[in-house]
Design a protein around this ligand. Sequence first.
Ligand SMILES: Cc1cc2nc3c(=O)[nH]c(=O)nc-3n(C[C@H](O)[C@H](O)[C@H](O)COP(=O)(O)O)c2cc1C
Length: 188
Amino acid sequence: MKGLIIVGSAKIGSHTTALSQYLKGHFEEHEFEVEIFDLAENPIHQLDVSGASSPSETYKNNLSTLQSKAREADFFVLGTPNYHGSYSGILKNALDHLTMDDFKMKPVGLIGNSGGIVSSEPLSHLRLIVRTLLGIAVPTQIATHDTDYKKLDDGTLYLDNEEFQLRARLFVDQIISFVKNSPYEHLK
Ligand SMILES: Cc1cc2nc3c(=O)[nH]c(=O)nc-3n(C[C@H](O)[C@H](O)[C@H](O)COP(=O)(O)O)c2cc1C
C-alpha cells in the first residue's frame, strides 16, 4: 500500500514538512510506503486551462510526477500551513491539477500548522474539497502550532510535543485501518 503526503507550504523546511516526516516514519513502521511531495521544493505552475502560459520544463516535470504519484496512491495526507485562516493557495492549485479519479474512495488525512492562533479551520475547509474530489477525509486530523516544534543544529524542524506525537500515532493507525478495511474498494 502506498501513500502520498502533499505539503502545501510556501517555505522549504516548513513545520508542515516536519510533521509529514514524523508521520512518514510511523507509516513506515507499519510497512506502508509513503512519499512526501513538497510543493515548495517541487513547485508546479498555476493551472491554466486556456493554455496561454508557457510553464518551464521543471514545472511541467514536477506536475507530471505529482500526477503519476497521486494516481498510484492508495491514500493521501494533505498538509497545509494556515494562510489567512485557510489552507494555502499552493495546495489548492495542486489539487486543481488533480481529479476525482485520483481521490475516488481513497482515505485522506488532513494536517496543518499555524504560526499565529492555532486553528483547525484550514482543515475544515480542506474537508469540503476532499468531499468534492470523492475522497474520504478521516475523522482524526492534526492542527499544530509553530511552538510544537524545535530545531536541530542544522535548522531542521522536528515535532517536539508529546500530545501531538500521540495524536500522530492515532492518525496513522486510523488511516491504515481505513485503507485495510475499506468497504468502498468495489466502488474505486
Ligand atoms: C500568506 C500568509 C498568511 C498567513 N496567515 C496566517 C493566519 O491567518 N493565521 C495564522 O495563525 N498564521 C498565518 N500565517 C503564518 C503561518 O501560519 C506560519 O508562518 C506557519 O509557521 C506556517 O507553517 P509552515 O512552516 O508549515 O509553512 C500566515 C503566513 C503567510 C505566509
